[in-house]
Structures are given as structure tokens and as C-alpha cells.
Design a protein around this ligand. Structure first.
Ligand code: NAD
Length: 410
């Protein structure tokens, strides 16, 4: 079993070797600038004390303030947060937005806490880290288990210490300095990039069959935009189970079912499948959009999709990556595939700083432009250098961070 940070370093090392980076430079670029681990203690609704561990890891600021999501999940640990922080550094560089990379999380199961408890957890966490975040230092955003409401609490708690400054966090509600189109952006970006990727492979997105693991923010918006482009979603799973329908799932009805029942399981008219069966469904496109580490030496052999779009962060370990390459399963890597979210977060930050609101059409247009241009660059490097899209994306990301580091000095 390969750990999350080991996986992230493996891909970094592979690209760094190809680039001929010196070992000193490699060490500088993988070493995080700051790792914060704090106690998050609060009074629970039943009067007892709950104690959780919160993390914020700031990996690299060579290209600008650090940026990355905040995850609430019971499996959050320092290794995973560090891995995700490094991915943010390469991701912001891949889409060439003026940020570095960071990530945070709290090891907590959101289902165990009431809304009031989640608010107190969030405020306590910000009490502990407010000095090291901020619009010019490190800007959190939503990730698994957090949403626009969480970001609103963060903004409010931050301003108690530092005054009004909505640019201190992105992914806020539209009614509270959030940007139109931010919530949908990661899923939309996944689909914009899937279409561009399939076009290169001479495969039309209309009529394509798709299986998606995860039906939260990213998975559900990806499903919506895929349907708009004529794709057929044949299977979806979440942490409680999965559903399959060869003729295609009715996504609006499934969303309604999830809002009433808390998960996709038991959706009328669909066959029930186990979560790991979803990864082995015969389909054109497979989209992991939940946790990391789902593809390993075992699960990769069972995959029957032709293409994998990594909407989730860090879903593929290096052994699985090799198996996919041997089996000619084309992979669109996470540091490009899910970069729509951070790109729209950048638009939100820009709007907050200018006190000027963009319309949804502008957000979508600028988002698609950045993603399509980034994809073209990565495709060209992959073709010219005969490397995978993942390696090509790392070559661009590391190259940009490396140049900024050399130019700025240390
Ligand atoms: P979310 O909390 O909104 O939804 C997560 C979904 O995954 C839920 O449907 C949940 O039931 C499911 N899930 C959780 N554990 C699972 C398991 N063990 N097996 C199968 N399904 C499971 O989270 P999200 O924001 O949609 O994020 C999903 C992925 O996308 C994460 O890897 C995240 O890092 C990545 N991502 C999110 C954003 C964003 O803007 N939200 C941006 C970039 C990348």
C-alpha cells in the first residue's frame, strides 16, 4: 500500500528526473514551507467535549499566496494533507494562476456532527490558524465535507481578527461575496476537459457512457454537464453504495432521491452495485470524484473503462498508473482535470479584491478558456516528448514553480 504523499512525490520525482533538476532544487521544491497541526476542541450539543485535530499545510508560495481546499473527513491525516498541498502547487502552476499550494483538513466525520457543532468546529479551527491564512498568504476553499456555508463561517471568523476582507476565503455563498459559477466550476471543468480529451482521441462526448464515483459537489455537477453534452451516465456511487442503469440514470431524479435518503442507494429503477463494483463497470469514461487512493495494483486490473478522468485528487497510485499505461487506458491527471475549482476560486478572489461582480457567462467563458488552453499545452508536451499527460502536466507545473523560485531567489 503506497501512501498519499509517497504517490505525489513519485510523480514529482519522475518529472524532475526528466527535467534534469538538481537534487538540491528537488529537495527545495518538495519541502513544505509550513505545517500547522492544531487542537480543535468544542462543547458538543450533548454537553460533552469533542476534540479533533486540524491541519493546514502550506507547501509553496513561489508564485503567489498559497491556495487550497479544506477537507472534513474522518480519514484526514498529515500525510494526506501534505500530499494534497503539493498537488495544489503544481495545479495552480499548470493553469498558470498566480498562486502557490496549500491544503487543510480536520479529521472529523461530518455526519456525526450537527450544523451547530460544524459551525463551532470551523470557528475554533480559524481561531487557531487565522494568523497564518489571509488574502495575501493562504486562501482556503471547499473540498470534501465542506461547502459554501463552511466558507461563510470562515470569512466571518477571520474578520473578527483582521476586519472585513472577503478575499480571505473562496467558495463562499453567492449572497455573501461568493462568485457565480464557483460551486459548479470543478464539475464543469471536468466536463470541458473531458470533451477536449475525447476529441483528441477521436471520440465524441455525445453518446459516451460514463461511470462516476462520488455524487457530491464535483460528481453531481460533472453529471449535469455531461448530460448537457449528450453523454449517458450509467453508474454512480457514494460512500454508502452505488446504482447502475444500462439505459442511463435520470440525474435530476437521483439528486432528489439523495436529498431525501442521504445517498444514491435504493434509487428506484436502477440496479444496486457495491462501491468497488463501480470501478469495474464496463463504460467508456470512468470518473473518480470522491476520495484518493482508489486505484491500486488490485483495482486497476479490474477497470474496464477506456478513459479515466481524475476529478478526485490523488486517486491513482504509481502501480495503478503503470497498469493503466500497459492496458492503454488513457488518464487525464488530477492536477489538470479538477483545476476548474481553483481557477474559479481565483476569479472569486479577483472579484472580491476589485469589489466588482462578474456574470455567470463571463465566469464560464474565462474558465473554459483557461482550461482548454492548459489542456492544449499539456497535450502538445505529451505528444512532443512522448510522455503521459500526467508527466507532461508535472513538467509544466514544476517548470513554472522552479523558474519563479530561481527568479525570485530564496
Ligand atoms: P463532497 O463532500 O461534496 O462529495 C464527496 C462524495 O464522495 C460524496 O458523494 C460522498 O458520499 C462520496 N464518498 C466519500 N467517501 C467515499 C468512498 N469511500 N467511496 C465512494 N464515495 C465516497 O466532495 P467534493 O467537493 O465533491 O470532492 C470530491 C473530490 O474532488 C475530492 O477528491 C476533492 O479533493 C476533489 N476536488 C474538489 C474540488 C471542489 O471544488 N469541491 C476541487 C478540486 C478537487
Amino acid at each position: 500500500m503506497i501512501g498519499a504523499y509517497e504517490t505525489a512525490c513519485y510523480y514529482f520525482d519522475e518529472a524532475a528526473r526528466l527535467m534534469g533538476l538538481t537534487s538540491n532544487m528537488q529537495k527545495l521544491l518538495v519541502t513544505p514551507e509550513r505545517e500547522v497541526k492544531v487542537q480543535v476542541a468544542l462543547e458538543l450539543d450533548n454537553g460533552t467535549i469533542g476534540t479533533f485535530i486540524g491541519y493546514r499545510i502550506q507547501h509553496n508560495s513561489a508564485r503567489g499566496p498559497m491556495k487550497g481546499g479544506l477537507r472534513y473527513h474522518h480519514e484526514v491525516d498529515a500525510d494526506e494533507v501534505l500530499a494534497l498541498a503539493t498537488l495544489m502547487t503544481w495545479k495552480t502552476a499548470v493553469v498558470n494562476i498566480p498562486y502557490g499550494g496549500a491544503k487543510g483538513g480536520i479529521a472529523v466525520n461530518v455526519r456525526d456532527l450537527s450544523t451547530g457543532e460544524l459551525e463551532r468546529v470551523t470557528r475554533k479551527f480559524i481561531d487557531a490558524i487565522h494568523d497564518v491564512i489571509g488574502p495575501d498568504k493562504d486562501i482556503p476553499a471547499p473540498d470534501m465535507g465542506t461547502n459554501a456555508q463552511t466558507m461563510a463561517w470562515i470569512m466571518n471568523q477571520y474578520q473578527k481578527y483582521h476586519g472585513y476582507n472577503p478575499a480571505c476565503v473562496t467558495g463562499k455563498p453567492v449572497e455573501l461575496h461568493g462568485a457565480e459559477g464557483r460551486e459548479e466550476a470543478t464539475g464543469r471543468g471536468v466536463v470541458t476537459l473531458t470533451a477536449a480529451f475525447l476529441k483528441k482521441l477521436k471520440h465524441d462526448i455525445a453518446g459516451t457512457t460514463v461511470a462516476i464515483q462520488g455524487f457530491g459537489n464535483v460528481g453531481s455537477h460533472a453529471a449535469k454537464f455531461l448530460l448537457e453534452r449528450g453523454a449517458k451516465i450509467v453508474a454512480i456511487s457514494d460512500q454508502f453504495g452505488g446504482v447502475f442503469a444500462a439505459e442511463g440514470l435520470d440525474i435530476d431524479a437521483l439528486k432528489l432521491h439523495v436529498s431525501k435518503n442521504g445517498g444514491v442507494a435504493g434509487f428506484p429503477g436502477a440496479e444496486s452495485i457495491a462501491n468497488d463494483e463501480l470501478l469495474a463497470v464496463e463504460t467508456d469514461v470512468l470518473i473518480p470524484a470522491a476520495i484518493g487512493g482508489v486505484f491500486n495494483a488490485q483495482t486497476a486490473r479490474d477497470v474496464r473503462a477506456k478513459y479515466i478522468i481524475e476529478a478526485a485528487n490523488n486517486p491513482t497510485d504509481p502501480e495503478a498508473d503503470k497498469i493503466f499505461a500497459q492496458r492503454d487506458i488513457a488518464v487525464l491527471p488530477d492536477i489538470l482535470a479538477n483545476a476548474g475549482g481553483v481557477t474559479a476560486s481565483y476569479f472569486e478572489w479577483v472579484q472580491n479584491r476589485q469589489h466588482f461582480r462578474w456574470e455567470l457567462s463571463r465566469v464560464r467563458q474565462e474558465l473554459d478558456k483557461i482550461l482548454e488552453e492548459s489542456f492544449e499545452k499539456i497535450w502538445k508536451i505529451a505528444t512532443d516528448k512522448k510522455v503521459s499527460l500526467r508527466t507532461a502536466a508535472y513538467l509544466i507545473g514544476i517548470g513554472r514553480v522552479g523558474r519563479a523560485t530561481v527568479l525570485g531567489g530564496i
